[in-house]
Design a protein. Structure first.
Length: 130
């Protein structure tokens, strides 16, 4: 029996809030991008380069949906999935990470709290000249 393995482990930061969609068959899907960085020596200096990983999570839980906030860091375990489609007569190739497991490793509290707090009402100033 032959053995094959298609698995990725990614530890990175969400670059924007996840997009939650519903398919025609009424299944939810979360689409998001995780940023990782790596260093590369250029001359005498090291240069940091970003890599963006497009991720797809089927049927996210309510808890997971609340955590998909820009700046939060996650450990993603999933598999690579390649697909293609036609657009304007050209073939577009796409590579995604289909997520099997997701773990919140760091929560960016300031942004999460800002989303939950209602906006403050403007103060009434009785000393206005009009």
């Amino acid at each position: 029996m032959e053995f094959y393995l298609n698995e990725q482990h990614i530890l990175g930061e969400l670059i924007k809030d996840a997009e939650i969609r519903t398919t025609k068959s009424n299944k939810e899907i979360a689409v998001f991008t995780i940023l990782t960085k790596h260093s590369r020596k250029v001359g005498d200096k090291y240069e940091e380069r970003p890599t963006y990983h497009n991720c797809v999570l089927w049927n996210p839980s309510v808890y997971e949906k609340k955590q998909f906030v820009k700046g939060n860091r996650f450990m993603i375990i999933g598999r690579t999935d390649k697909s293609s489609y036609e657009k304007d007569g050209k073939t577009i190739y796409k590579t995604d990470v289909v997520v099997n497991k997701i773990i919140l490793t760091h929560q960016r509290v300031d942004y999460a709290e800002a989303k939950e707090k209602p906006e403050a009402e403007p103060k009434q100033d009785d000393d206005l000249p009009f």
